[in-house]
Ligand binder design. Structure first.
Ligand code: BG6
Length: 508
């Protein structure tokens, strides 16, 4: 047998399906931000460490700082050491560091972009990056226009012999109108197939598993409709406050920060029909059908809730309220908790409410989708036998404790017929030995491979804003959000919102 030529650095989990990026480089705008340091740089290293980047891969930082290549490489190394998922290996780092470059300048500075162009051309020569460049905009959207116009002006946005792609981070606008404006800016420079909008939830294994679970099995899908499902609860709870993100968060709030993107995407995956294939457009078309079928309840006062965290407890420590956080105006009306009720107006989901909630400084960090089933139409047991039986439920645990729980009734051992809820658990960590890649690893690799299914297209973004805009307008006329104590499960109005429908929120 001839010896197999194998990259010794490749992670064994990827040997089954090697998806390795071809020659390329990535230019990072916004190198000093949290996202770059905590997520993007470590993910690039993790990909290199798993042997999924080409040997000549190069990372170019662009910022105002007076740095040399060496300084930038040190920043990247520090961030990798602090935040990478995989172990630090000197030989991997040396190879990556050799491709680190830094270009100093403002976003409206012509000379700096000319230098960027020269730098990329030099990398093509020295490291064989083949003219393939991804431009990652980890910067506020107000700066997108400057950057993409400069890329165009300096001939960086397209090239007939190689690929050019732009990666954009949320927020994709503030409302429908601004999302369209943002899209026009991008579309004026990059063809739609070259724009990659990051919603990092779609990079999570457990979110992709919603599709595997629904469409690779026979036993769930027959129940996945209004005949059997009573309602769906989608929760993304965080125990952290806004930390040092006042500048980004205030005026944005929980609904724009999380519901417009992560939670509506999750809902679309839960509610959509089976796509004809996993081709990007097929998947996106099905998600878009769900989003276009969403209707809001008539009374937004009764079917939504918003709150703002007040002083309380987190991790055994006393914590400040939102209004006392650094750089937050004392009269801010930004919500840190949002809950909304949506209906999907189609045959499959008629009459099934989808409750979406998210908040900061809640009881604990957990993201889950709970599909709660209707009660059995008839219970042929004695009067008290089923007092402790609630509704069957299937809970997709997105994070932490990734996995799936099915809750159903079982006989309690003993001489009488007493039936009580029990749970059956699938735990990722128990079933698979490999740890899951970080969402950003998967998504950055997909950008470099030009693989778009996990990136929402503009139509989805527009549809999400169409859902949210009326709610935001309604809230804008309502004054301050209801305070809730840090460390609890949100404002009283959220509990009442479900109580009106005769339901309660799950305590995850
Ligand atoms: C981001 C939000 O998109 O998601 C943050 O802007 C939030 O406010 C974060 O903290 C949560 O991400 P994750 O992956 O930790 O659930």
């Amino acid at each position: 047998m001839s010896p197999v030529r194998r990259n010794p650095l490749r992670d064994p989990q990827d040997r089954r399906l090697p998806r390795i990026a071809g020659p390329c480089s990535m230019v990072l705008f916004g190198v000093t931000g949290d996202l770059s340091r905590k997520k993007i740089m470590p993910a690039v290293y993790d990909l290199a460490n798993r042997g999924l980047l080409p040997p000549g891969f190069s990372l170019v930082g662009f910022a105002r700082r007076e740095w040399e290549d060496q300084d930038f490489a040190e920043i990247v190394r520090d961030s990798v050491k602090a935040h990478a998922r995989t172990e630090f290996r000197q030989e991997v780092w040396d190879q990556l560091a050799a491709g680190c470059r830094f270009v100093q300048g403002e976003f409206d500075d012509d000379d700096a972009f000319a230098t960027l162009r020269d730098t990329l051309e030099a990398l093509d020569e020295e490291r064989g990056t083949g003219g393939n460049h991804a431009f990652y905009l980890a910067i506020p959207p107000s700066l997108f226009a400057d950057v993409v116009h400069q890329l165009k002006r300096h001939g960086l946005a397209e090239n007939p012999d190689s690929w050019r792609r732009v990666v954009v981070e949320k927020p994709f606008g503030h409302d429908l109108t601004s999302a369209r404006e943002l899209n026009d800016i991008l579309a004026g420079v990059f063809p739609s197939g070259s724009v990659f909008r990051i919603d990092h939830y779609l990079g999570k294994e457990t979110v992709q598993n919603v599709l595997a679970m629904r469409f690779a099995n026979t036993m769930f899908e027959p129940l996945w409709n209004s005949h059997y499902v009573d309602h769906v609860q989608i929760t993304m709870a965080e125990d952290i406050g806004i930390g040092g993100r006042a500048g980004y968060y205030d005026g944005i709030g929980a609904a724009r920060d999380v519901i417009q993107n992560h939670l509506l995407q999750l809902m679309a995956l839960v509610a959509m029909e089976e796509p004809a294939s996993f081709e990007a457009d097929q998947l996106r078309i099905e998600k878009e059908k769900v989003l276009s079928a969403v209707v809001l309840p008539r009374s937004l006062t009764r079917s939504t809730a918003r709150g703002q965290y007040a002083e309380g407890w987190a991790g055994g420590e006393k914590v400040r309220g939102y209004l006392q956080e650094d750089a937050i105006p004392a009269d801010s009306t930004t919500e840190t908790y949002a809950a909304i009720t949506l209906h999907v107006d189609n045959r499959r989901w008629a009459g099934v409410p989808f409750y979406l909630r998210t908040g900061k400084r809640l009881g604990r960090r957990v993201t889950e989708v709970a599909v709660v089933f209707k009660q059995a139409p008839h219970l042929p047991f004695g009067e008290h036998s089923t007092e402790q039986l609630t509704q069957n439920a299937m809970v997709i645990r997105v994070q932490p404790d990734e996995g799936l729980t099915v809750r159903f009734g079982s006989k309690v051992p003993g001489t009488s017929m007493e039936i009580r809820d029990v749970s059956m658990d699938f735990v990722y960590g128990g079933a698979f030995t490999e740890s899951s890649p970080e969402a950003y690893e998967r998504l950055i690799l997909d950008v470099l491979l030009g693989d778009p299914p996990l990136f929402p297209r503009h139509e989805e973004v527009e549809l999400s804003w169409k859902i949210l805009d009326p709610i935001l307008e309604h809230w804008a006329g309502q004054g301050a959000p209801e305070p809730y104590e840090a460390g609890t499960w949100g404002p009283e109005s959220a509990t009442e919102m479900l109580a009106r429908d005769g339901r309660t929120w799950r305590r995850p």
